[in-house]
Design a protein around this ligand. Structure first.
Ligand SMILES: Nc1ncnc2c1ncn2[C@@H]1O[C@H](COP(=O)(O)OP(=O)(O)OP(=O)(O)O)[C@@H](O)[C@H]1O
Ligand SMILES: [Mg+2]
Length: 113
């Protein structure tokens, strides 16, 4: 089991989710509206917002926990559909997941994803 955590530009969300819908066995997606900064510290971008002392840019965070066999398809779908080639396109992180528990049934591991 892997968690795929991606930070993308908000206007790319529809394209990314459309591509993810095409993946068989996709178990679920969590989407959050977030803000952050990359290497530029949001200093050189028009869409920066100041909060307190620092600049941030609004982004979307996508989180999915999936079986290992669809990790490559998920990463490809996100990378291809979130890409503009400009700074701030975001990142994809892949993280090992130790355990999953489906609260309704008590199932664990891959059965619970
Ligand atoms: N190493 C990181 N850890 C946590 N969040 C990150 C990291 N790098 C980027 N982010 C998040 O992703 C968003 C987009 O990052 P961004 O694409 O600007 O990265 P970058 O390294 O500056 O690349 P680029 O040069 O393409 O802009 C940031 O606003 C931040 O929310
Ligand atoms: Mg950047």
């Amino acid at each position: 089991m892997k968690e795929i955590k991606a930070i993308i530009k908000p206007f790319k969300l529809d394209d990314v989710v459309s591509a993810l819908h095409n993946i068989e066995d996709l178990p679920g997606i969590t989407i959050s509206e977030i803000k952050g900064f990359g290497r530029s510290k949001a200093k050189d971008t028009e869409d920066a917002i100041k909060d307190g002392l620092h600049n941030y840019v609004k982004k979307i965070k996508i989180e999915l926990v999936v079986k290992d066999d669809i990790v490559d398809d998920v990463v490809k779908a996100i990378q291809e559909n979130a890409h503009t080639g400009n700074p701030g396109d975001g990142k994809i992180f892949i993280i090992d997941v130790l355990e999953t528990i489906r609260i309704r049934t008590g199932e664990t591991g891959e059965d619970a994803i």
